[in-house]
Design a protein around this ligand. Structure first.
Ligand code: AMP
Length: 552
């Protein structure tokens, strides 16, 4: 249950403990001292594998901090990155935040217009970019008036050749001449450290400005055994990009726990991930379901898992029963479901089974495992009805999922409006249930839920059920107008091969998984489901494509 606080009573006595601010730079400095030979391995964009110890990375981070000062970067300035998961990107995280500036990670999958909007909105003063994005930089920086310098994340030998990039510096040359010591200042832990824009499925992307304090507290939570359980025995490969909510906090949590990091760079396909995981002895990895589907295909081809892989964390979209079963039963790799969002730094809930579920037969465990999970300590969760009344945690009532906590957004960057409810909660835009054991399950996005005759049909559940069909490769469900029920589900599928199950065949399969009245009224096949910059189904595009469709 959540607690509300009344005003502070008079006569409180201050505690007598040191008031040392929580600043992210402390994490890398700590790792350099106490996990000095622990590695950050990168598959570089240029090709070769590069190995850095935390001690070496800390030295390079200090060189970079000196270089940033040399470029004229000041506290509060925004420094943009357009980059994959690499050691250099991680050095930027620490050096930029360490000097009191803000590391603005840009999602390279954004459209040119959105990228220009973000560069200008953030008023970035320097842009660091991977070679993969050289063309995008040449194109999209036109009109980005605040940029004073652009730096290619490479060495002199790989400097981009495009005429429009003749002024760019290279990272290795930039830091080369600088001292590897830097006296990082101490400042208020509520200072901004990084900036990430939401994926902007409605309107323009909105900036979420993470404070040092939020990132540090979130990092403690990421390390606990109830979440990722990171330790010195781990070699973690975050597939989730550093440009999407700080790779779920991994670049901070790894140095905190002394865990090794394996950074995949630009190659995120199944065979490349398999090979890197296998050769680098990766024990755990984090990513969205589509990544695990690709890895699964490679594991099946090879008839084995990457040799040391023990567990994967799946978030960003709902995990399917098929995926959990394939990883756990075929390959002995544990799957944990998680949910969060850009506005939440991002972790909100993680699914680990309570002891009472562990003894159950697997088919009884599965409904519990499919739920997104229980709140991570630090995040309060509640569900409300349309009028804002709190609904019971009975596992049945579905309502608007609201959250609050020290790593949850209070206001968007450069916005005066509060996105919070009158009593201080953030409405996630998700619809969910919470069961008496505290497991939260997303049933839909508020704007995607299908309202059939006043009852709600979960498009997400229908999609997951359809994905379990052996001939279906991808599925999306949208509501389409209906004369009697107002809205009914339209199932849109991509077939795996030439076989295309009919609506009747599909519904005969679905009826074993969802209530009968949820069954889609129509089925359409497409060649691809449109995905947005963060890999989520773009239902707005599908609604546009099927705007004249009527269910009856
Ligand atoms: P983003 O801010 O781009 O990370 O998107 C956050 C949104 O992704 C959430 O509000 C959910 O709608 C969705 N999401 C994240 N994780 C999950 C999950 N495990 N299951 C279903 N939806 C998810």
């Amino acid at each position: 249950m959540t607690q509300t606080r009344t005003a502070a009573p008079p006569g409180l006595m201050p505690g007598l403990m040191m008031d040392r601010p929580l600043l992210v730079t402390q994490l890398l400095s700590f790792a350099a001292q106490f996990h000095a030979d622990t590695e950050v391995v990168t598959r570089t964009v240029e090709g070769p594998i590069e190995r850095l110890t935390y001690a070496a990375m800390w030295a390079r981070t200090q060189k970079l901090a000196n270089a940033l000062i040399g470029l004229g970067v000041k506290p509060g300035d925004r420094v943009a990155t357009l980059a994959w998961n690499t050691g250099r990107h991680m050095e930027l995280y620490y050096a930029v935040a360490g000097i009191g500036a803000i590391c603005h990670t840009i999602n390279p999958r954004l459209s040119g217009d959105q990228m220009r909007y973000i560069l200008n909105h953030a008023e970035d003063c320097v842009l660091f970019f991977d070679l993969t994005f050289a063309d995008a930089v040449a194109e999209n920086c036109k009109g980005a008036n605040s940029l004073k310098a652009r730096v290619a994340l490479t060495d002199a030998a790989h400097k981009p050749a495009q005429p429009a990039l003749s002024d760019v510096l290279t990272y290795e040359e930039l830091i080369a001449g600088h001292a590897d010591t830097f006296d990082f200042p101490e400042f208020d832990e509520n200072t901004a450290a990084s900036l990430c824009y939401t994926s902007g499925t409605t309107g323009n992307p909105k900036g979420v400005l993470y404070s040092h304090r939020a990132l540090m507290l979130h990092s403690f939570a990421v390390c606990t055994s109830a979440t990722m359980g990171l330790s010195v025995h781990d070699r973690a490969l975050p597939v989730v990009p550093m440009f999407h909510v700080n790779a779920w906090g991994m670049p901070y949590a790894a140095p905190m726990s002394g865990c090794n990091l394996v950074m995949p760079g630009a190659k995120l396909d199944g065979p490349s991930l398999f090979e890197l995981m296998d050769t680098e002895g990766v024990t755990c990895s984090q990513g969205v379901p589509t990544v695990w589907m690709a890895l699964l295909a490679t594991m099946r081809e090879k008839g084995r898992k990457p040799k040391a892989l023990q567990r994967v964390l799946v978030g960003g979209a709902a995990v399917s029963e098929m995926l959990i079963d394939a990883f756990e039963k075929e390959f002995g790799v544990a799957v944990n479901h998680a949910w969060g969002m850009t506005e939440m730094t991002p972790l909100g809930v993680v699914n680990t089974l309570k002891p009472k579920f562990l003894d159950q037969p697997r088919d009884q465990q599965m409904p519990q495992k499919l739920k997104q999970g229980r709140a991570v300590y630090g995040v309060d969760l509640r569900i409300t009805d349309e009028a804002g009344h709190v609904l019971p945690n009975d596992g049945k009532s579905a309502g608007h999922l609201q959250v609050r906590g020290p790593w949850i957004v209070k206001r968007y960057f450069k916005s005066e409006e509060t996105p919070l409810t009158v009593d201080g909660w953030f409405d996630t835009g998700d619809i969910a249930t919470i069961d008496p054991d505290g497991y939260m399950q997303i049933t839909d996005r508020a704007k995607d839920v299908i309202k059939s005759g006043g009852e709600w049909i979960s498009s997400v559940d229908l999609e997951n059920a359809a994905l379990g069909h052996p001939q279906i490769a991808a599925a999306a469900v949208i509501g389409v107008p209906h004369s009697k029920w107002l809205e009914r589900p339209l199932l849109i599928c991509v077939a795996k091969g030439p076989e295309r199950p009919s609506l009747q065949e599909m519904n005969a399969f679905l009826v074993t998984k969802v209530p009968k009245w949820w069954l889609p009224d129509a089925l359409e096949y497409v060649t691809a489901i449109p995905l947005g910059a963060t890999g989520k189904i773009q239902k707005t595009k599908l609604r546009e494509q099927f705007k004249d469709f009527r269910a009856g």
